[in-house]
Design a binder for this molecule. Structure first.
Ligand code: NDP
Length: 242
């Protein structure tokens, strides 16, 4: 174990952005656990020594069980990356109450559950880092994504409240707002939609998952000790002005 090795937990770390984040912390020598909800975690994680625990963040009991397992195997969580999230896009008039509430339940309430549980140990240790994965659309809005945008905007108020509550205990809480990233979540878009998006991004391309991971690692680092309550865009310039 490296001297700076910390206990890191990444929710939804079995694929996409979460997998890149987990890989990045593990390669830097931290002790990393991920949660996954469905299927089996990729073999690559075991090779990197990453602990994988099954957990649906909409279920408080599963969250409690997952934290206990992580604490037993690698100690209390010192860095939480609340990354798990989902979308169920639909224009407002066609959006059912279930479409709305399921997205809020996962993205906002699920993040509340894991953050509340993680900060228990951080308060005891009088240190900790919390990074929440929001989205550029949380501030910019997005037609067909009222549920998703509301959940991601909610994370900003949540994080800023925690920054105020927990700052005196040396716990920082920041939000990362990615733009469009090449993952399963954006695979559902048509080529035409992708082209339209890319034209609006000053850097003219989607983000690579590694580009999100490097910013998360910075926010969790000693160098970022004086940053809290911030919303950091990693969006190729798409959302600038907010
Ligand atoms: P993916 O759809 O590729 O992966 C989502 C991850 O979240 C999966 O691991 C999934 O688990 C997990 N998850 C979903 N619902 C739950 C749940 N109820 N309980 C536990 N885990 C759950 O998404 P991305 O990697 O693209 O996105 C990661 C985060 O970044 C999300 O919060 C997303 O909103 C945000 N984001 C993504 C952007 C993008 O362009 N891709 C842009 C801006 C923000 P399982 O495999 O079991 O489904």
């Amino acid at each position: 174990m490296s001297p700076s090795s910390r206990s890191v937990l990444v929710t939804g770390g079995n694929r996409g952005i979460g997998l890149a984040i987990a890989r990045s912390f593990a390669e830097a020598g931290d002790q990393v656990a991920i949660t996954y909800r469905t299927g089996e975690p990729p073999a690559e994680l075991a090779d990197l020594g990453v602990l994988a625990v099954r957990c649906d963040i909409t279920d408080s009991e599963q969250v409690e069980r997952a934290f206990k397992e992580v604490e037993e195997k690698q100690g209390a969580v010192e860095v939480l990356v609340a990354n798990a999230g989902m979308n169920r896009d639909q224009l407002l008039l066609r959006m059912s109450e279930e479409d709305f509430s399921s997205v809020l339940e996962t993205n906002l309430t699920g993040t509340f559950r894991v953050t509340k549980r993680a900060t228990k140990g951080m308060l005891r240790a009088r240190k900790g880092r919390v990074v929440l994965l929001s989205s550029v659309v949380g501030l910019l809005g997005s037609a067909g994504q009222a549920n998703y945008a509301a959940s991601k905007a909610g994370l900003v108020g949540f994080a800023r409240s925690l920054a105020r509550e927990l700052g005196s205990r040396n716990i920082t809480c920041n939000v990362l707002a990615p733009g469009f990233v090449d993952t399963d979540m954006t695979q559902a878009l048509s080529d035409e939609q992708r082209d339209r998006i890319v034209k609006q991004v000053p850097l003219g391309r989607y983000a690579r998952t590694e580009e999100i991971a490097s910013c998360v690692r910075f926010l969790a680092s000693e160098e970022a000790a004086y940053i809290t309550g911030a919303v950091i865009p990693v969006d190729g310039g798409l959302g600038m002005g907010h």
